[in-house]
Design a protein around this ligand. Structure first.
Ligand code: NDP
Ligand code: OXD
Length: 308
């Protein structure tokens, strides 16, 4: 029984080193350098090539190297019998929360605007809103949404949360699926932390954006597929939106010709809001491998029906 890594650019050797320390007696290989396909029972994937698992007849588990799993679920060649797990890690939560907090402050304290002004050597003062005067609405109140809500709260922001099922979270005004309109009407900064599912693809569209108060901001740290790009650009151009911070895109790296690159009201980061940390997250990958070996129930298993 062995482990195979299918994680492209995501620092394969580093992951192998961390996992090897935790599982010194286990063979850990980096695809495509696999000695015996039939011994691979546990695969770790980050954006693997579609269909690549077909040749591994004894594969039992595919672990996502991230919190998101659409890159695995969209591969229709993966048999239903294979379990899919994802990362749920405190460091990932802290990093996501601090990224969103930083961008909320950048927005309320006019930092994006001052960066633009600096290019033109322009000294122009703007008033700003305090966190207490700012309502941050989070779409998706799962593991990362809730961690982000807690940190924003601790820093004085008023937080609203929207999710499929109703949540009771201290100091957060929560809305379930049918409360989207009310949630949007109250939001000044919209943060997207939804997974990709049939219901969420393209959810950030003209209809949704038009329900926000004028001059709101938008932070997408979920996935590019959730956004109708033309509608987002229009909302920025018509001042419905003030700023958009975009960390994720339909195509990554973002193509050179993309309109987002040069838009004056868009701030781009290269899918770096929260990176899975091998030091902390390798432990849960190793733990699940040992559980598999012992026939125990795995942790952080994805509900393939729900799609997240
Ligand atoms: P979770 O699965 O823990 O949470 C997902 C949340 O979305 C849940 O609250 C769920 O509702 C809600 N949701 C799902 N579908 C709907 C819907 N149709 N309507 C309303 N709410 C819905 O995911 P995580 O918090 O761990 O991660 C969220 C996403 O963040 C990942 O899928 C990934 O794409 C992205 N991500 C981005 C990173 C980056 O660096 N940019 C890093 C890590 C993750 P309910 O609770 O009711 O089920
Ligand atoms: C993730 C990501 O899903 O980094 O963890 O996007």
């Amino acid at each position: 029984m062995s482990i195979a890594l299918f994680i492209q650019h995501r620092f394969s050797k580093r992951w192998k080193e961390y996992l090897s320390k935790l599982l010194p007696d286990t063979k850990i290989e980096i695809y495509p350098a696999i000695e015996n396909d039939n011994s691979v029972e546990y695969a770790i994937s980050w954006k693997h090539d579609m269909g690549v698992f077909d040749q591994f007849e004894n594969l039992k588990v595919i672990a996502s190297l991230g919190a998101g799993v659409h890159h695995i679920l969209k591969d229709e060649s993966i048999p239903e019998s294979i379990e899919i797990t994802r990362i749920v890690d405190e460091q990932l939560q802290k990093d996501m929360a601090s990224f969103v907090l930083t961008q909320c402050f950048n927005s309320t304290r006019n930092i994006f605007q001052y960066q633009r002004q600096q290019v033109n050597k322009e000294w122009k003062l703007h008033t700003y809103k305090t966190p207490e005067e700012t309502k941050v609405g989070i779409l998706g109140m799962g593991v990362l949404g809730q961690a982000t809500a807690r940190l924003l709260n601790r820093n004085g922001f008023h937080v609203l949360g929207w999710s499929k099922s109703k949540k009771n979270i201290e100091n957060v005004e929560t809305f379930e699926e049918n409360g989207l309109k009310q949630f949007l009407a109250k939001t000044n900064i919209l943060v997207c932390l939804l997974p990709i599912t049939k219901a969420t693809i393209g959810i950030i569209n003209q209809k949704l954006l038009s329900q926000l108060p004028k001059k709101s901001s938008f932070i997408n740290v979920a996935r590019g597929e959730l956004v109708e790009d033309a509608d987002l650009l229009k909302a920025l151009d018509t001042n419905q939106l003030d700023w958009a911070v975009l960390d994720v895109f339909k195509e990554e790296p973002l193509p050179e010709h993309h309109l987002y690159w040069s838009h004056p009201k868009i701030v781009i980061t290269p899918h770096s809001a929260s990176l899975t940390n091998p030091k902390t997250a390798s432990k849960q990958l190793a733990e699940n491998y040992l559980r598999l070996k012992k026939g125990k129930k795995l942790n952080n298993v994805v509900d393939r029906e729900k799609g997240y």
